[in-house]
Design a protein around this ligand. Structure first.
Ligand SMILES: O=C(O)CCC(=O)C(=O)O
Ligand SMILES: [Fe+2]
Length: 306
């Protein structure tokens, strides 16, 4: 069994692009369409890209990390009051101990918060966060789909915040912390990390690479529902977290998907010879599947075998 506690981070996936978000807001349509092309290529080749100059100030990110850190500092009995088996609970705390093929057991603490429909919540967010729907719009445009049509579905959609806390190994008596390889069910996930640890699998060679991007940048992960919507053109990225052993690591993931009962299926414009590769499903289908504790990945259950 190889040591997952990894203070020597693997090389960054240097070929995955780091996108300057301010250019997406650029009025010059030629420059903008170059960036959109780059985003499309990244979604196709890696299921992953990174965003800088996204407009979330450094101090806001620090405040969010501090506030979450204070939550995880609370005595376990207090956190356990938020524990529930009900995946629909809007606020839910969990201590995970996962089996991991490569490394035995992995542990982390997790807080999940729902914001649905997102339009009811976004006005109360502090600062001036980037318009995440613009990121989705750019992705839809890169698929030559009407960005406004899909943007509307995203704007009416759901956001779930997932905050992961990985304690230092010494605090946990050398139990390894991390999250095992998986894909997210989302259209996209935006993730910010307090220190390196997010690793993405390069689909071309199956190797793990540290997710590129400077501290405070946003990692954008293609989720299962975008793979379905694009009829397999864009890849839902397999990723895991391998925190260093020395300090507590936090990651804040923002999971974006369509509304709870909105069925996501391959866009008609992208289906060859009327043969979709995936059947339709909603977030509720995913959550029900999650509750059933089936081990097969959700995406596998959606594939149409012809
Ligand atoms: O902690 C990380 O970097 C990854 C977290 C993650 O993949 C998730 O919450 O789904
Ligand atoms: Fe994830």
């Amino acid at each position: 069994m190889g040591s997952l506690i990894n203070d020597d981070y693997p090389i960054q996936l240097s070929s995955a692009p780091i996108i300057d978000f301010s250019i997406l807001l650029n009025q010059d349509s030629r420059i903008k369409s170059e960036v959109i092309k780059e985003i499309g290529k990244a979604c196709q080749d890696f299921g992953f890209f990174n965003i800088i100059n996204h407009g979330i100030g450094e101090s806001l990110i620090e405040d969010v990390m501090d506030a979450n850190s204070r939550f995880f500092d609370m005595p376990i009995e207090q956190k356990k009051e938020l524990r529930s088996n009900d995946v629909y609970k809007p606020v839910r705390f969990e201590t995970f101990i996962q089996d991991d093929k490569e490394n035995g057991k992995l542990t982390r603490e997790f807080l999940k918060l729902y914001a649905h429909p997102i339009g009811d919540w976004i006005g109360s967010w502090p600062g001036n966060p980037p318009d995440y729907s613009q990121v989705c719009g750019a992705i839809m445009e890169s698929l030559s789909l009407s960005s406004t049509f899909w943007q509307n579905k995203i704007e009416q959609g759901m956001q779930m915040m997932g905050i992961n806390c990985y304690e230092s190994a010494c605090l946990l008596n050398n139990i390894w912390t991390g999250i095992a390889p998986h894909t997210d069910h989302t259209i996209i996930t935006l993730l910010v990390q307090s220190s390196p640890g997010l690793q993405v699998m390069n689909p071309s060679d199956g190797c793990w690479n540290a997710a590129p991007g400077p501290k405070g940048s946003l990692h954008v992960l293609v989720g299962d529902h975008l793979q379905v919507l694009s009829n397999g053109k864009y890849k839902s990225v397999i990723h895991r977290a391998v925190p260093g052993s020395e300090e507590r690591r936090l990651s804040v993931a923002s999971f974006h998907s369509f509304a709870m009962d909105e069925v996501v299926e391959p866009a008609m414009e992208l289906v060859d010879r009327e043969h979709p590769n995936y059947k339709g499903s909603s977030v509720r289908d995913y959550l029900n599947y999650l509750s059933s504790k089936e081990s097969k990945p959700f995406l596998e259950t959606l594939k149409i075998v012809s």
